[in-house]
Design a protein around this ligand. Sequence first.
Ligand SMILES: N[C@@H](CCC(=O)N[C@@H](CSC=O)C(=O)NCC(=O)O)C(=O)O
Length: 286
Amino acid sequence: MEKLQLVSSNKSFGGYQKVYSHESSELKCKMNFSIYLPPQAEGDVKLPVIFYLSGLTCTEQNFITKSGFQRYAAEHGIIVVGPDTSPRGVKVPGDDESWDFGVSAGFYVDATKDPWSTNYRMGSYVNSELYELIQTAFSNVVDPDKIGIMGHSMGGHGALVSTLRNPGLYKSVSAFAPICNPIQGPWGQKALSGYLGEDKSKWADWDATELVKKYNGPPLTLLLDQGAGDKFYIEKQLLPENLVEACRSVGVPVILNLREDYDHSYYHISTFIGEHFDFHAKILKS
Ligand SMILES: N[C@@H](CCC(=O)N[C@@H](CSC=O)C(=O)NCC(=O)O)C(=O)O
């Protein structure tokens, strides 16, 4: 644990909701992440882990304070890890000019375009650095063969592309209101052109709808949860139907739950987060 500094620890549903900070080599800055250790972490059995990736404007705090997930993580005995959404405390020109690019909007990609490429490497941060750090620092409680991922909006995109780009790394995946086809929507186009440049052939490597057409890994079922009253869904930022169609074209099982009247907020997430934990637990504990 010598690389980690404890920021906070709160007892919740018999376990502990903690936040740690550490120096990230990928992002070249100090980063916070959350980890929920359920009551079962006190025992001898190693536990599954779910990574949760948050959306635009979030830190590691939104999910842990608003979703109520701890009740379900405690019931199932699942550790839950939540990274921040971008590098912090590094000054890149233009990084705070808009809420959907730069700070709090790392999009879980590895930027290749200057000046972003030095720090904006959230893809490798989540799927390599933090993934390994959790297994090392919490080796006494983590089962390395039972790791899943979920996320919301930009983080739902992150969960999907992390799974599809790294076959087998995550055994289960689900997403709330994910940006499913970023190359076709305004948020995605802004982020992918800004971080990767104008060559659109490179964007497809970070687009779940494109990636699933080439997926060649262990069997996978995608669980998508979408509020039908979500303004970003109505404005066609999210495009879950495009991902469903791509999945069906290549025979990848997908479940899309369209929830009447639910919006893009944590009210949607907190309502259905228990169902997502049931879905992940069934896969991770089989
Ligand atoms: N500022 C925006 C709304 C921002 C917003 O809705 N952010 C979502 C994620 S959106 C996609 O990634 C979020 O999770 N917010 C944090 C929260 O706690 O709700 C606007 O004005 O429309």
